[in-house]
Design a protein around this ligand. Structure first.
Ligand SMILES: NC(=O)c1ccc[n+]([C@@H]2O[C@H](COP(=O)([O-])OP(=O)(O)OC[C@H]3O[C@@H](n4cnc5c(N)ncnc54)[C@H](OP(=O)(O)O)[C@@H]3O)[C@@H](O)[C@H]2O)c1
Length: 306
């Protein structure tokens, strides 16, 4: 445990928020959680977390984490949190993937209330959180990072401080543009190899051991081999991040041809109604476009997270 123990408030018990709050509560931190759909937060009580009935109850916590979906949602929950003039938390740590502009708006809103703010988006899905391998990228005042760090380290394996203001947001946006492009590329080459005669598990085993293999290619391998598309990250959320990347590219005048093409492939998936499964269904779309009828290979493959 950190040497000085703060009272923590936690907003958002979705796929990511739930597992992150669970790690914090299990490590002995004093956590009170609020989720719009209360039933999703209730199982956190078994790890020692308290569940708040009203969002404004979290205003008296010293540090409040936020993990929701979009900037519109962040705005809504922040208004609910700060509906009364007092009390107010000392520090808000915002972990959702949002734009630079949204993050700056939030900083301004919190500053007016005298609340410190750390932008702290993350890399890794809920399974990665559970395995203790989540990483944070943080920006804001260094003192805010120093205050947050012991708690970030209870949740994840690493927290990188990249500087003042909203810099962490562009790092996360770049990261997720890469996630989209890499997933599409992995789908293309896996199916090229398959159509030429190589089973997906054999191809991916080689790739995962090669210099091109990664934590990500390893943990997506079971989905690609056995076609388990239980959602880890939705196509809608990935499209949001590709759009954030392309908006930033327009602002900074950077061409992103691969990101643009990938964004439209994700859009095509959403347009055909493939929204309730994992974004790795990019593989299924690519298979259709390649004239391949995919079947699970039913081969046991690791995800590299154990
Ligand atoms: N999944 C991943 O692999 C992953 C990885 C890194 C970063 N991220 C980012 O992390 C964030 C959360 O992702 P997720 O996958 O955990 O999403 P999720 O499972 O859809 O959870 C979204 C959470 O936000 C809450 N929420 C949404 N809109 C709200 C509103 N208007 N008011 C109050 N609460 C609201 C939801 O409450 P309800 O339960 O009531 O719906 C839920 O707790 C996103 O910004 C995403 O881009 C996700």
């Amino acid at each position: 445990m950190p040497t000085s123990k703060h009272q923590i408030g936690w907003i958002g018990a979705g796929r990511m928020g739930y597992e992150m709050a669970a790690r914090l509560a299990r490590s002995g931190a004093d956590v009170t959680v609020w989720n719009r759909t209360r039933a999703k937060a209730e199982p956190l009580a078994k790890y020692g977390a308290k569940v708040a009935a009203k969002l404004s109850e979290l205003a008296s916590r010293e540090i409040v984490f936020c993990m929701v979906s979009t900037m519109d949602d962040v705005r809504q929950v922040m208004h609910g949190l700060l509906e009364k003039p007092k009390p107010a938390p000392r520090l808000v740590i915002e972990c959702s993937s949002i734009s630079l502009e949204g993050s700056a708006e939030l900083r301004e809103m919190l500053k007016k209330r005298g609340i410190e703010y750390l932008a702290a988006p993350v890399s890794g899905n809920a399974k990665v959180v559970k395995a203790g391998k989540l990483s944070f990228v943080c920006s804001g005042p260094k003192e805010a990072f120093d205050l947050a760090r012991p708690y970030l380290n209870l949740i994840g394996v690493n927290s990188s401080y990249v500087g003042e203001g909203e810099l962490a947001r562009i790092v996360k946006i770049c990261h997720n543009v890469f996630l989209g492009v890499v997933t599409q590329s992995l789908a293309e080459i896996t199916l090229l190899a398959q159509k030429a005669g190589v089973p997906r598990h054999a191809f991916l085993e080689f790739m995962n051991q090669s210099v091109m293999g990664s934590t990500f290619s390893r943990y997506k391998t079971p989905a690609f081999v056995n076609l388990d598309f239980k959602v880890t990250f939705t196509p809608h959320l990935l499209r949001k991040d590709m759009d954030l990347g392309l908006d930033a590219a327009r602002k900074f005048e950077v061409p992103m041809p691969l990101a643009s093409a990938t964004r439209d492939l994700i859009q095509a998936m959403i347009g055909r109604g493939w929204t309730e499964q994992d974004f790795a269904t990019l593989l299924l779309q690519q298979a259709e476009a390649s004239g391949i009828k995919l079947k699970p290979e039913n081969v046991e493959v690791g995800d590299g997270l154990a």
